[in-house]
Structures are given as C-alpha cells and as structure tokens.
Design a binder for this molecule. Structure first.
Ligand code: MG
Length: 157
C-alpha cells in the first residue's frame, strides 16, 4: 500500500461560478489560475501522483505552457490517474477537506463525490469530501482564497 497527500490553494476573484471538485458551483467568486484553478482536483492529482512517486501536477502540466491555459482539471486528474493505474495501483480510498468560508460545500458534497468517482473509476463509497470554514479569520476566512487537502491510499492491483 502507498499513501499520498495533496494540498492546493488558489486566489479568489470576483465573478462566478466556482469550479470545485470538477463541478461548477453557483457563487459570486471564482478561482484564479492558469488552468481552471480547481483546487480540489489539483490536490487529488498531486496526492495520487505522490503516492505512486510519479512526480507532481506541475511537472505533468507546467503553468508556463500555453496548452494548459484554462485547462479542465478533470482532464489533468484523468491523465495522472491513467499513469498511476498503468503503474499497477488502484484506489483504496480518498479523503478530502475543502477549506472555504463560502459557499457551503455540504449541498454539493454528493455531486462532487460522484464526479471524483467518475474520474477515478471507483465507487463514491471510496471517496470522502469534507469541508471547513476559516472561522472568519485569515485569508480563507476573509474569502481571499480557497484551499483543499487530501490523503489517498493506493493498493496493488
Ligand atoms: Mg492549483
């Protein structure tokens, strides 16, 4: 078995929708980044690559490359996951935390779990999505940024 951890954050900018976990959530702010800036999918991509010791998302998709501008992060995670499964690994479980003052993630939790399961080709039961606010404090609490963290466990196929 192999464990991987992932972390990502992006700056918030006025104007929605918010792309998070591979879905568009109606919101008055959006994430700023070279790609679609989906912090949750970026954290998951780094975690699965890290668990398999296959590098990181920045190596696979450099933000200096024009081809990656506005890129769909679901496509990036799918490409990374393809490398991981080709190396003989399958998902045991994935546990994620989104750190966002707003919007409330709870109403979108099941949709995000389903989307992650779809990309990773597993059952939603293997995936957990949790959320915390910043309690009004710091860059998360001031709604300057949204971050995501996750841990993944891989097992041999
Ligand atoms: Mg990122």
């Amino acid at each position: 078995m192999r464990i991987g951890i992932g972390h990502d954050s992006h700056r918030l900018t006025p104007g929605g929708p918010l792309r998070l976990g591979g879905i568009d959530i109606p919101h008055d702010k959006a994430m700023l980044g070279h790609s679609d800036a989906d912090v949750l999918l970026h954290a998951v991509t780094d975690a699965v690559l890290g668990a398999a010791a296959l590098g990181d998302i920045g190596q696979m998709f450099p933000d200096t490359e024009e081809a990656n501008r506005g890129r769909d992060s679901a496509e990036m995670l799918a490409a990374a996951w393809k490398q991981v499964t080709a190396a003989g690994w399958r998902l045991a479980n994935l546990d994620c935390t989104v750190l966002a003052e707003r919007p409330k993630i709870g109403p979108h939790r099941e949709t995000i779990r389903g989307r992650l399961a779809q990309i990773l080709g597993c059952l939603p039961e293997a995936i957990s999505v949790k959320a915390k606010t910043g309690e009004g404090v710091g860059p998360i609490g001031r709604e300057e940024t949204i971050a995501a963290e996750c841990a993944v466990l891989l097992e041999r196929e």
